[in-house]
Design a protein around this ligand. Structure first.
Ligand SMILES: [Zn+2]
Length: 500
């Protein structure tokens, strides 16, 4: 964690004081009004909107997968560095060596040696061209999306550091200052594989059986992340490039996750490892759950997984959860599976944030659930492109407006920007063009992306210490990373709006 002194408040008054942090009550400053007018003037013109939104500060990307963030080109490059091969099968994939020269050719130098195959690999490791008649056009967006992960796994497993580096690079390019990345040290999976067999169906007994092994898993995970983060800093040359801009200034925290399509014993062991890791190491800030939600095991064990979360949350009460829930739509599963996932994630597991939440309108008592989420401030991470590609849900079919009208906090995020071939700016453009959101709406979402982040420390919202800049505020910002990041975002907004 880097020193925070660069965000000190002294002499850096925020226009309008803290009122600007309370959008509901604040009148826009003159520069904010000018920015808003410039946004409206660009609204009918996607290229102009892109230009505007590219430069707009966006706060955090709270739903970002470490394996999903790199582009295929990144994975192929790392495969080359690591001596891996490209299988020439259809569709091609990255595989371990040695390369026989026919069924498997070296990844190193592929781009210039065989551009045609290189391009087929990019299509295979992403959703590029999947719906435009490439050689595996028969795959649905859903199948193409999820099948990419196994095809680049060989280059992902040994490259946590490089993946963190490009995550920060892409975030900086998007004017994102904070990323919460779903990422597991390899030691976590090893623990789950080793301990899965202890499952008896009894949470307490099973936990007691493998608990003595948790500290060693935490220690191994810490060492892995130490090495990965050092490697990321080295790749970004952060010794030379520290400061308040660029990839080295992007804060990253991690969410260890559970693979919900695995057998129950594996899931429970991996979940316990995730909770233990967040509890022990401040670089890990919340627990998540991944894999296709419509996988037969994910569906069959959904309620069990939520009860496991509740049990472990009781053992680790300080550990928050951001859970993928409701990444489903009518037709993908029988209707009954659409009726309870978000509700159980909120009311049984106790999730602080929901990832996707696309099927909210199909939930039993959806109005009551929306009311509860608004009251308890359970934020929803909205992934517009991902929902379009995987579920075919977009535009008026998407529940973004429903959540907003119900007063549920929403934030825009990327999900898997590399696999989806997007960036966060693109998601802001979609929110504007497909959902009619205006500058003030997007700015409120950017602010909420830090407010609902699992960053350590108190929020700047309502902090009396920072009612005006000065020594008391400096002390507060130095103690509270969340508030410091929020302060930095306000300064970035001020500078951005001053350009209009
Ligand atoms: Zn996701």
């Amino acid at each position: 964690m880097r020193a925070r002194t660069k965000w000190l408040a002294s002499g850096m008054a925020i226009a309008g004081g803290l009122l600007t942090l309370l959008p509901a009550h604040a009148a826009p400053s003159p520069s904010e009004a000018r920015a808003s007018a410039a946004f409206d003037a660009a609204a009918g013109d996607k290229a102009k909107l892109r230009l505007f939104l590219q430069a707009m500060p966006k706060g955090g990307d709270l739903h970002n997968h470490l394996w999903g963030a790199p582009y295929a080109e990144d994975f192929i490059a790392w495969a080359g560095e690591g001596g891996l091969c490209v299988s020439t099968a259809t569709p091609p994939a990255l595989i371990g060596g040695p390369c026989d020269g026919k069924a498997a050719v070296p990844a190193a130098g592929l781009a210039r040696r065989d551009p045609a195959l290189y391009n087929r690999v990019i299509d295979s490791l992403s959703v590029r061209n999947y719906d435009r008649g490439s050689d595996h056009a028969a795959a649905s967006g859903h199948d193409q999306f999820f099948s990419t992960f196994e095809r680049f796994a060989a280059a992902a497993v040994p490259n946590i550091g490089p993946m963190v580096a490009v995550t920060r690079e892409y975030a900086a390019q998007d004017r994102v200052s904070y990323v919460e990345s779903s990422a597991n040290p390899n030691a976590m999976r090893a623990f789950a594989e080793r301990e899965a067999g202890r499952w008896t169906g009894d949470f307490a007994k099973t936990y007691a059986a493998f608990a003595p092994g948790l500290p060693a898993m935490v220690e191994a995970s810490r060492k892995e992340m130490d090495a990965a983060l050092t490697e990321a800093d080295k790749r970004l040359d952060c010794a030379q490039n520290s400061g308040t801009a660029g990839p080295c200034a992007v804060e990253v925290r991690f969410q260890p996750f559970v693979e919900r399509a695995q057998p129950a014993g594996f899931v429970f062991a991996q979940m316990a490892a995730a909770f233990a890791l967040v509890d022990a190491d401040p670089r890990f800030v919340g627990v998540n759950i991944v894999n296709p939600e419509d996988h037969p095991v994910s569906l069959g064990d959904y309620a069990l997984h939520m009860r496991m979360m509740k049990y472990l949350s009781g053992r680790y009460p300080k550990v928050p959860m951001a859970l993928h829930a409701g990444e489903l739509t009518l037709g993908l599963t029988p209707p009954r599976d659409l009726t309870f996932h978000i509700s159980q994630a909120v009311t049984v597991a106790g999730a602080k944030r929901i990832g996707h939440g696309v099927d909210i309108a199909y939930e039993h008592d959806a109005p009551g659930l929306l009311k509860q989420m608004a009251r308890d401030k359970v934020a929803v991470e909205i992934n517009l492109t991902s929902n379009d590609v995987i579920l075919g849900v977009k535009g008026a079919d998407h529940p973004l407006s429903l959540y907003r009208q119900a007063g549920v906090p929403v934030v825009l995020s990327t999900d898997d920007e590399g696999v989806s071939r997007i960036d966060l700016t693109n998601e802001y453009v979609r929110a504007a063009t497909e959902h009619g959101l205006r500058y003030a709406d997007l700015k409120a979402m950017a602010r909420d992306s830090l407010e609902y982040a699992f960053l350590p420390g108190k929020s700047l919202r309502g902090a009396a210490e920072c009612a005006k800049p000065g020594a008391a505020c400096d002390v507060f910002l130095n103690k509270n990373l969340k508030a410091a990041m929020q302060w930095r975002l306000e300064k970035d907004f001020e500078a951005f709006e001053a350009t209009f």
